[in-house]
Ligand binder design. Structure first.
Ligand SMILES: *Cc1c(COP(=O)(O)O)cnc(C)c1O
Length: 456
């Protein structure tokens, strides 16, 4: 590693002296001598919090601005601090006090501190498509693929794309064309023509990619025999609604047998990104189970219960994944280095989203009581009420996650939303409910201070 020039030797001996800096006196007066040194800036708590690699990059860029005269030496430390703590774009951090874990309007899954660090570390040049040992080009995002295969051994191979919708479109395009040039349709149950939000319908997405859909079965009941005709079979999880009453849907195992008997594939879209069965959401399909049942390709989102950044996760048989990876459309939906870094990291530990999903009602009650105490006199009139959280993001819409909330007057909702930090509660029946399920412990003091301010 090369040693970084200190401010002193830069100002004293560099070639780009400002005009008139020839006499010893003016060198001494050179304001650039007052630029804070790298080691001093690295010792700032804000720098310690994000680690030396990223911190140094930020520090160097600010020192450079001071050396070029763009900012004064006195402005260096405040600028470094502000960059290290972020808050510079239009997107503001929000405390999610709604109790909805994967809240689409609030950016879906929160990243763990590790995953966030992985993203920042990948922000500069990185070996995303390069083998440092050989100096040769390497498979893009091999680390994320390996982490996915580790996390889900039932998968022979994996692919990360832009999002779940992109994965679905790519699967539909890549797995319906045969080597003789013929194109088969996608068979989709009439009960699975789903709108996922903001007016987007999955069937329309697939058709917009030039793939024909053949509707099979009926809205409430579809049987394996309905799929007994040529075409790739797609099963889409009815993630954001439930169908009750006189209903029936075939098991993935039956569909896999049917498809494979005639040389077609089974694609299963599980939506939520659960890698394996999750006791907190007993009816939610998971990727490993679908693969074990014989699915050739399983698709999910990276930023729902998988707890990573926005991504489409594809797991499946090696040959089917390879067909998707080499399809021309794969290039248009490929994941960027930040996504790959975030997904890889999210897979190494339990992500915050799963922790929040699994929070125990008694523990939440204890936290809510302690939170109310912190409010002091301001909290005297607030009531603690039972409040069910939700997985959100289209997972387990019918499954309540038992918990508690602090009930504030409805009028508190607006100042909490627009304050600093911004906090969003659940407005219901004339009250603003503050549910701590998805509030990190480290955010609790700031939330308590905000609530106290609003109440008094
Ligand atoms: C969420 C969801 C999608 C879309 O995934 P994105 O990552 O939002 O593009 C597709 N299918 C199902 C079943 C889903 O739940």
């Amino acid at each position: 590693m090369s040693t970084e020039p200190t401010t002193a030797d830069h100002a004293g001996g560099s070639a780009d002296k400002p005009s008139g800096a020839s006499s010893a006196g003016s060198v001494r007066k050179d304001p650039r001598r007052r630029i804070p040194r790298t080691d001093a800036l690295l010792a700032l708590p804000e720098a310690q919090a994000i680690g030396p690699i990223v911190a140094k990059r930020i520090i160097t860029s600010v020192q450079q601005r001071a050396r070029s005269g763009e900012i004064s030496p006195d402005e260096v430390e405040p600028a470094v601090r502000s960059l290290l703590t972020g808050h510079r774009g239009s997107l503001r951090p929000v405390i999610n006090a709604t109790g909805v874990v994967v809240h689409t309007n609030l950016g879906r899954a929160p990243l763990s501190a590790d995953a966030a660090r992985a993203l920042t570390e990948a922000a500069g040049y990185t070996d995303v498509e390069f083998d440092l040992a050989t100096g040769q080009r390497a498979r893009r995002g091999a680390g994320a693929v390996a982490a996915l295969k580790d996390a889900c051994p039932a998968a022979e191979d994996a692919l990360v794309v832009n999002n779940g919708a992109a994965a679905l479109m790519l699967a539909a395009k890549a797995l319906t064309g045969a080597s003789d040039g013929t194109v088969s349709p996608i068979l989709l149950s009439r009960g699975e023509f789903i709108e996922i939000g903001a007016g987007f319908r999955l069937a329309e997405l697939i058709e917009s990619a030039g793939v024909r859909i053949e509707a099979v079965g009926s809205t409430n009941r579809t049987h394996a025999a309905d799929y007994d005709r040529p075409g790739a079979i797609l099963q889409v999880h009815r993630s954001n609604f439930t169908v009750e009453g006189f209903t029936s849907a075939p098991e993935p195992r039956e569909l896999a047998e049917l498809a494979h008997a005639r040389g077609d594939v089974l694609i299963v879209d599980v939506g939520s990104g659960l890698l394996r069965p999750e006791p907190a959401l007993p009816h939610e399909p998971d990727m490993a189970s679908a693969l074990k049942a014989g699915a050739d390709i399983v698709i999910a989102s990276g930023d729902k219960l998988l707890g990573g950044p926005q991504a489409g996760i594809v797991l499946g048989r090696a040959e089917a994944v390879a067909r998707m990876a080499r399809h021309p459309t794969a290039r248009a939906v490929r994941a960027d280095k930040l996504t790959l870094a975030g997904i890889e990291s999210a897979l190494q530990h339990t992500p915050p989203a799963l922790d929040y999903l699994r929070r125990d009602a008694d523990a939440l009650l204890g936290r809510t009581r302690a939170f109310k105490k912190k409010l002091g006199a301001a909290g005297a009139d607030c009531e603690i009420v039972p409040h069910d959280g939700r997985a959100g993001g289209g997972a387990g819409p019918e499954v309540p996650l038992p918990g508690w909330a602090l009930a504030l007057p409805e009028a508190a909702a607006e100042p909490l939303r627009t304050g600093e930090p911004a906090a969003v509660g659940q407005v219901r029946d004339g009250r603003c409910l503050i549910d701590l399920r998805c509030v990190p412990e480290s955010d609790e003091p700031a939330l308590a201070a905000a609530v106290e301010r609003v109440l008094s």
